[in-house]
Design a binder for this molecule. Structure first.
Ligand code: WTA
Length: 647
């Protein structure tokens, strides 16, 4: 944060970029933004006109039952239709939708017509297995085309997909499957990561063992060259390739109501239980379409590449729905950025002549660390626009991205948004808004941000709030409307949406995101609730209590430090540490492993027994300790601090 508050370099878009941009210049941006705020319904109706509707809406926004907003009520549409059929009908069927590249180097190109065919076939498989509108389906796949196909096949027939990132553990699968009572899981025998095969089907088997709701498991075969030991459960499991061999190529898209549930995506909050974020059809459709169009300034000749996984919201909106509705060609890559070597991404950019590249700051920091030799000598001249997402980007990484990857000619869109917002909320519009390193700048059309105190006073630095509803907003938390209201709408009496981030507005009116104000930590752009780790630790028989905090990390943005108190008389040593790490791997996934686990006889608490996380953060950041006079037992922090310093 230090370097951010002194940053005032300004980068105007090049005239070459601005001339061709959909929004060329600040005046055009301001005019469009004003219109979107003065007449949001007019603005969002006009945007929706660009898409296909079986029936148009009666009202654009219905806010009569806030915060349960309705968008485009009365309309009927289908996301898969707008991603596929529309392009085929308008003569773009032969255009490549996906250039797919597997980690070992195998490739597949799928045109929009081929995608339509594959999606229709798989949708017919789902129907033949008895899946109907509203049924929940879990998808646990590596980054293979079948992931996008499965997602769109669900949307085509109105089944609700719940994609689970293929780095989550068996326990996480079980919790998500049970919470939404999914009837089917779509997975693969395995997926490649850093040259190894992750055995995904085995993890699914363990996860759904006790889930009576799961009647069907469909398995994509990925391991042709490296056969995976994949046992099939009779009566429950089938191979994807067997099922699609037997069905028709035609499957008309179901006419969905505007507020029909499109998908669930589980994300971390401040409790141990992840929330099933609900996104519905029409509003998400228009928002994902329009943000993609303007934020990436998409042109028909672009080759777009987003390096995120479809297991996170970024992949939902900016690989599948938003990008495919715009009908552009994209690259989809299965594996790690450093396999077989640290130059893989730049090799892919060169090979496919990628023009728009969207990644996470943590990846950029890793590239910086690996050294310029992996970039030098690669032809990156096809690039015209760069983007970042998922966490604040430090100005140093921004400058490296700008000069080394962007050749100082590509605008960088630093996009702030969340699983809950469905799409971009704060971001420069390229070609229009001059950028500053590390700054998400200004709102997207129709988005009205405010920076508030706890009691809703507008300030320059405080808590970020969103004033108006927007079409891509979440519609609820699955099965828990009260938690939806409490988490997002109670902070300022229902007047604003509360995203959970801190922010500051500078003298140009630009907004800088300062990180989370709650107990959610962003590790390598992955959102993790500290309470999730804590609830895993306390399941160990020797653990009395624990507190986990986030600290700055050079590459990951933030890392996790765990403080664990052990029941009196029990051993606390490396053996216990290993057991606890294994429990995190099993309870959440390897990506949630803490950097360090510290043991102590107690945690710093106030006299009323509340754990003082601020002090734990001070210890973990090696800072001088703040006020300790309110502690019940000040010696506890000293002990912890000593231990921390001793490594
Ligand atoms: C953080 C990812 C700063 C933020 C799309 C938010 C960011 C959380 C940015 C959502 C950004 C995302 N600058 N912080 N450009 N983008 N964040 O749900 O704290 O995985 O609340 O969605 O990531 O994470 P989520």
């Amino acid at each position: 944060m230090e370097s951010v508050s002194h940053e005032n370099r300004l980068f105007a878009p090049t005239s070459e970029f601005a001339q061709k941009a959909a929004v060329s210049g600040m005046d055009a941006y301001r005019a469009m933004y004003e219109k979107s705020i003065q007449d949001p319904e007019g603005f969002w109706a006009e945007a929706a006109e660009e898409l296909h509707w079986f029936k148009k809406w009666d009202t654009v926004l219905d806010d009569s039952n806030a915060p349960f907003f309705k968008w485009y009520d009365g309309s009927r549409t289908n996301l898969s239709y707008n991603c596929l059929d529309r392009h085929v009908a308008e003569g773009r069927g032969d255009k490549v939708a996906i250039h797919w590249e597997g980690e070992p180097g195998d490739t597949r190109d799928l045109t929009y017509s081929q995608m339509l065919l594959e999606v229709s076939r798989f949708a017919n498989v789902l129907k033949a297995r008895g899946v109907s509108k509203g049924d929940r389906i879990a998808i646990y796949l590596p980054m293979v085309p079948e992931l996008a196909i499965a997602v769109l096949a669900c949307a085509r027939i109105g089944a609700v997909h719940s994609v689970i990132f293929a780095g989550f553990s068996a326990d996480s699968i079980r919790d998500r499957v049970l919470d939404s009572e999914t009837c089917m899981v779509i997975t693969a025998d395995g997926g490649y990561r850093r040259g190894k095969m992750l055995e995904l089907k085995k993890i699914v088997d363990e996860g759904v063992e006790t889930c009576a709701c799961v009647k069907d498991v469909i398995v994509v075969k990925r391991g042709e060259d490296h056969p995976v030991d994949c046992s099939m459960v009779a009566g429950r499991d089938s191979w994807y390739h067997d099922l699609v061999a037997d069905v028709s190529d035609e499957c008309p898209a179901e006419e969905m109501e505007a507020e029909d549930l499109l998908f669930l995506l589980y994300t971390s909050g401040t409790t141990g239980k992840p929330k099933g974020i609900m996104h519905t059809t029409a509003g998400y459709q228009v928002f994902s379409y329009l943000t993609s169009k303007y934020v990436f300034d998409l042109k028909q000749e672009d080759v777009y590449w987003c390096t995120a996984d479809v297991g996170w919201i970024t992949g939902h909106t900016y690989i599948v729905y938003g990008i495919m509705q715009n009908g552009v060609t994209q690259v989809m890559y299965e594996g790690a950025p450093n396999h077989p070597d640290e130059g893989r991404f730049w090799e892919i950019v060169e090979k496919y002549k990628v023009s728009i590249f969207y990644t996470a700051p943590t990846a950029i920091r890793a590239f910086m660390k690996w050294g310029d030799q992996w970039v030098d000598g690669r032809d990156l001249s096809s690039l015209r626009l760069l983007g970042t997402v998922g966490e604040p980007i430090n100005p140093e990484a921004w400058m490296w991205y700008h000069s080394k990857i962007g050749g100082e000619r590509c605008p960088i869109v630093d996009t702030w948004w969340q699983t809950e917002t469905g799409g971009h909320m704060l971001t420069p519009i390229p070609g229009a808004v001059p950028t500053k390193p590390g700054c998400a700048t200004l709102p997207f059309f129709g988005v009205e941000p405010a920076i508030l105190t706890d009691d809703a006073k507008e300030v320059d630095a405080g808590i970020l709030a969103i004033k108006k509803p927007w079409p891509g907003m979440l519609r609820g938390i699955y099965g828990d409307p009260q938690r939806f209201k409490d988490t997002y709408w109670c902070k300022w009496d229902g007047q604003y949406y509360f995203p959970g981030d801190g922010a500051r507005r500078d003298e140009d009116g630009y907004i800088w995101i300062l990180g989370r104000v709650d107990d959610v930590v962003n590790v390598s752009g992955h959102r993790i609730g500290t309470a999730e780790l804590e609830s895993v630790f306390v399941e160990h028989k020797d653990v009395a209590e624990s507190a986990v905090v986030g600290v700055p990390h050079e590459i990951k943005g933030q890392g996790l430090i765990a403080f664990v108190t052990v029941i009196d008389g029990r051993d606390h040593d490396d053996h216990l540490r290993k057991e606890l790490v294994t429990m995190i791997d099993k309870g959440i996934g390897k990506f949630a492993r803490p950097e360090r686990i510290l043991f102590s006889s107690d945690l710093p608490k106030t006299r009323s027994g509340k754990i003082m996380r601020r002090l734990l953060r001070d210890i973990a950041e090696g800072k001088e300790l703040g006020n300790t006079t309110t502690l019940a037992d000040p010696s506890v922090v000293e002990e912890l601090q000593q231990q921390y310093l001793n490594g």
